[in-house]
Ligand binder design. Structure first.
Ligand SMILES: CC(C)(COP(=O)(O)OP(=O)(O)OC[C@H]1O[C@@H](n2cnc3c(N)ncnc32)[C@H](O)[C@@H]1OP(=O)(O)O)[C@@H](O)C(=O)NCCC(=O)NCCS
Length: 207
């Protein structure tokens, strides 16, 4: 098992991280994925909010986000609308919620606990800054195998109930997230009918 270390995100890894992002979301439209310019902007905008997993000097995963205000009475949103220009234009240090822009692990390094470690570090940022929690549009890659059989909300219900396994949503639930509802038109991803799911982790310090 490789020895993985973790570090705050830095611009020097932007090219490798953009490649990991593309590999992590193979069915998504390129315009919705983090490119080098987005990663460089994120490094400047909220450097303390992003983390990279490293095998030696090689990046093998990342978890990045921004701080925004989120209206739970109007939860339907697209990734682009929420994050703004270069995937971070809507960041504000004063905002209440950490919005998960992406979490992506190199396919060759999955199921080793890297995603879990990235979440530990993101949750630590939220607790240190006294923010309300983490909110995100989570992808549901497993929905592609059920898209003709049920709605995205029905699929989310079944994953939440443990009747179906989703490689991403089941991992998010395992990491303390609540799956609220499907978000239609979240990002260009025809394999899942452009659906995602609203997921929330609440800062236990503020409970
Ligand atoms: C979702 C994702 C980030 C998870 O990353 P990861 O590093 O594989 O995550 P972990 O290793 O912490 O956990 C994944 C699973 O492996 C299991 N696992 C962790 N360590 C393990 C080990 N040593 N042996 C066996 N299983 C292990 C976990 O329990 C978890 O299982 P679960 O899905 O039943 O909850 C990764 O699959 C990915 O990049 N997916 C594509 C992009 C994506 O969907 N991103 C999320 C956007 S919302």
């Amino acid at each position: 098992m490789p020895e993985i270390t973790y570090a705050p995100i830095e611009a020097r890894w932007a090219t490798e991280l953009a490649a990991i992002e593309r590999a992590a979301f193979p069915t998504a439209g390129i315009q919705d994925l983090l490119e080098v310019a987005d990663i460089l902007a994120l490094c400047k905008t909220f450097p303390g909010g992003g983390f990279v997993a490293l095998d030696g000097d090689t990046p093998v995963g990342m978890g990045v986000g921004i701080l925004i205000d989120f209206d739970f009475d109007d939860p339907h949103h697209s990734l682009d609308d929420l994050t703004g220009e270069l995937s971070c234009g809507n960041h504000s240090d004063d905002s209440d919620w950490y919005y998960g822009v992406t979490i992506a692990v190199d396919p060759a390094y999955r199921r080793l606990g890297i995603g879990h470690q990235l979440y530990i570090r993101r949750k630590d940022v939220v607790r240190r800054l006294g923010k309300k929690g983490i909110v995100a549009g989570g992808v549901i890659p497993g929905y592609k195998d059920h898209i003709h059989a049920m709605s995205a909300d029905e699929y989310v219900d079944k994953v939440r109930a443990g009747e179906l396994y989703d490689p991403t949503l089941s991992f998010q639930i395992e990491n303390g997230f609540e799956a609220i509802c499907a978000i239609p038109d979240y990002m260009d991803d025809p394999a899942v009918g452009d659906n995602a799911v609203l997921i929330v982790w609440r800062n236990p310090d503020l409970a």
